[in-house]
Design a protein around this ligand. Structure first.
Ligand code: 4G4
Length: 225
């Protein structure tokens, strides 16, 4: 999968070069291209924002640099083009699975008061919000979408990592433990130390059901259907 990210702040995407995603990019499983919108400004000072028509606080991202950038990086409209915005449809695990069906994603990050509406009307396929809160820019939401989708791309995670996953299977995950068997006087549950995998599976299922019912009754209900 190729993910192209359009932003005025490319340096904010350093986290994608580390950890599991960084390794996947180096291994060629994943192609992440960060594009600086400013490089496409036709203004002599590379200006990319301007005052809002009608007045009001803040600045609006100008259509020209964004339009030119999109036309340059996705001339055939082969990418599914997403604008990260508080007005978008909610990003969920199911939405991540849906986005996996595209070979190319383009993520447009707005800053200031967002982008000129005509950019959305002309070039964007879908607006997505990662939750009901306001951030200074769409960069963090773009990284959230990128991370969540990328971990399902073939070869990004080690084999088996996705098997026991929580949201994907409808509930919350059981607690995990590693060595030592006793830490600060607290022992690891006995059942996990005996190597009886039928018992371990049963215990994990019970713990998952308990914590889902207690913390997310909405999810517990969904799981029954
Ligand atoms: C578009 C319009 C996304 C983008 C306005 C983006 C939260 C989310 C932005 C803005 C964002 C989200 C400046 C409010 C950038 N904030 N919930 N900020 N704002 O996904």
């Amino acid at each position: 999968m190729k993910i192209t990210i359009l932003t005025l702040f490319p340096e904010m995407f350093a986290p994608l070069e580390t950890s599991i995603l960084g390794r996947a990019v180096k291994a060629g499983k994943l192609n992440i291209e960060i594009v600086n919108i400013r490089d496409y400004s036709e203004n002599k000072h590379f200006k990319c924002d301007d005052y809002p028509f009608g007045g009001g606080a803040g600045m609006v991202m100008m259509p020209q640099p964004i339009g030119s950038a999109i036309k340059a990086v996705d001339p055939e409209h082969s990418a599914h083009r997403i604008y990260l915005s508080p007005k978008g449809g909610r990003f969920t695990q199911n939405k991540a699975f849906e986005l996996l069906n595209y070979d190319n994603l383009l993520l447009l990050c707005g800053h200031y008061e967002g982008v000129d509406q005509r950019v959305i009307d002309l070039y964007i396929d879908e607006e997505i919000s990662i939750g009901d809160y306001v951030l200074t820019g769409g960069e963090l939401p773009a990284m959230v979408v990128c991370d969540c989708v990328a971990r399902y791309v073939e070869g990004v995670l080690s084999e088996g990592s996705l098997v026991d996953e929580s949201f994907a299977s409808g509930g919350l995950e059981y607690p995990q433990y590693t060595r030592p068997a006793v830490y600060e006087g607290l022992s690891v549950p006995e059942v996990l130390l005996n190597g009886d995998h039928k018992k371990i599976d049963e215990w994990r299922e019970k713990k998952s059901a308990e914590i889902t019912a207690k913390r997310r009754p909405d999810l517990a209900e969904k799981d029954e259907k």
